[in-house]
Design a binder for this molecule. Structure first.
Ligand code: ARG
Length: 387
């Protein structure tokens, strides 16, 4: 998955890329929906019950009568896996067939959606042996409404803007933290405060639910050789479960479909903890190491960056939580590309997201060329639900 190892790398792994052109703001017209249903259901790969032409005819009749159609669980599960395979920003796609699909289209209340998200976290965490999972909630109605999870991931840390400037916690989530506050949530004000899950059902106000502590596995970060590193008090959550993207399969849109894989170390070590607009830890690690931070050409940032990344990988391994390093995941990605090629398929790839943010040229993907094409089914960004 992940926009990453979604399990791919999703969301914040590489920022600032153009959104794939595709409307997510409204309702697919009946003509487009019918065309996509046809394309999906007539595809030999799609597992339909019985005769393919009959299945399509039934879906088209349902679209004419109701403005939409319902996919079978087998169609849905296949669509979820192929959407992962098609997701150009995910470097973890080797494992696309292993995606576990939980069909929760029946979840009719915010409580049920929340409970299913907690189930998702437990299934995905699996005691540290992470499993790729997607949970699919209700599809968009012809009027455009559907369930939404407001959080970008099931587990995210709050960011508290300090009156005098600066942020305690994750600056990426200052806005969501304020939104949660306006709904009545109060955090502890600490740097790693897990945000509540905010769920909105069609036609209802959003509701927030605290995640049970035992559903959120976290890893405390220590360094293999630098004892003082532990005193920085850093930690990260085990499961990256993207929860704000929209899944489109055969013209049907699922605006709430949390999915996860496992982390690539650099997502935490080279971005979440290192970016100057995130936890910004390079200066502190460099200071701890006694590096000369007065000049760029001492490469203190690079040295500190590598040590944070070593700490992340070491700590996850020590805690028995699955994670992958950038050398391994990019090699797996090349294996995936080659496998796909043997099956006669291209691997649409957004190179900006596939090349690691550190040590790029030491990985095989840096030296290969890639082409991208928006292919369906797929996972798409959609505007934040609160705007
Ligand atoms: N980059 C995001 C983060 O650091 C996670 C995106 C999904 N990544 C993944 N490995 N599935 O939280």
């Amino acid at each position: 998955m992940a926009e990453t190892a979604m399990p791919g790398a999703a969301d914040t792994a590489r920022p600032r890329c153009p959104v794939q052109a595709r409307r997510t703001d409204g309702v697919a017209g009946v003509t487009e929906l019918s065309a996509e249903a046809r394309r999906f259901l007539l595809d030999d790969e799609t597992p339909v019950d019985g005769d393919r032409e009959q299945r399509l005819a039934a879906a088209l009749a349902e679209i004419r009568a109701t403005g939409g159609y319902r996919q079978t669980t087998a169609e849905l599960a296949h669509g979820c896996r192929v959407a992962w395979r098609n997701h150009a920003r995910c470097v973890g796609r080797l494992h696309w067939k292993a995606l576990r699909v939980v069909d929760r289209r029946d979840a009719a209340s915010a409580e049920e959606v929340f409970a299913a998200c907690v189930d998702h976290l437990r299934l995905a965490t699996n005691g540290g042996r992470l499993q790729p999972v997607v949970t699919v909630f209700g599809q968009r109605s012809p009027d455009g409404s559907g369930p939404r999870i407001w959080n970008p991931q099931l587990v995210r840390y709050a960011g508290y803007a300090r009156p005098g400037g600066g942020v305690v916690g994750d600056p990426l989530h200052v806005e969501l933290t304020a939104v949660a506050g306006s709904l009545g949530w109060r955090g502890t004000g600490g740097p790693f405060d897990v945000l509540p899950l905010i769920v909105q059902m069609p036609g209802e106000e959003p509701r927030w639910f605290p995640l049970p502590g035992d559903a959120v596995l976290e890893v405390e970060l220590v360094h293999p050789d630098l004892p003082w590193f532990a005193e920085l008090g850093l930690r990260w959550h085990a499961v990256p479960a993207i929860s704000d993207m929209l899944l489109e399969i055969g013209g049907v849109e699922y605006p709430a479909c949390p999915f996860n894989g496992w982390y690539v170390g650099y997502e935490i070590g080279a971005r979440n903890l290192a970016d100057t607009d995130r936890y910004d830890m390079l200066p502190r690690v460099a200071a701890g190491m006694g590096l000369d931070t007065g000049r760029d050409d001492t490469l203190w940032k690079d040295v500190a960056l590598i040590e944070i990344n070593r700490a992340v990988l070491h700590s996850f391994h020590r805690a028995g939580v699955h994670i992958v390093d950038h050398h391994t995941v990019t090699r797996q990605f090349v294996t995936h590309e080659e496998r796909e090629k043997r099956r006669g398929r291209a691997t649409p790839t957004d190179r900006d997201w596939i090349v690691p943010p550190l040590s790029a040229s030491t990985t095989p993907v840096f030296h290969r060329t890639y082409t991208n094409a928006a292919v369906r089914p797929n996972y798409h960004r959609q505007p934040p639900a609160w705007r």
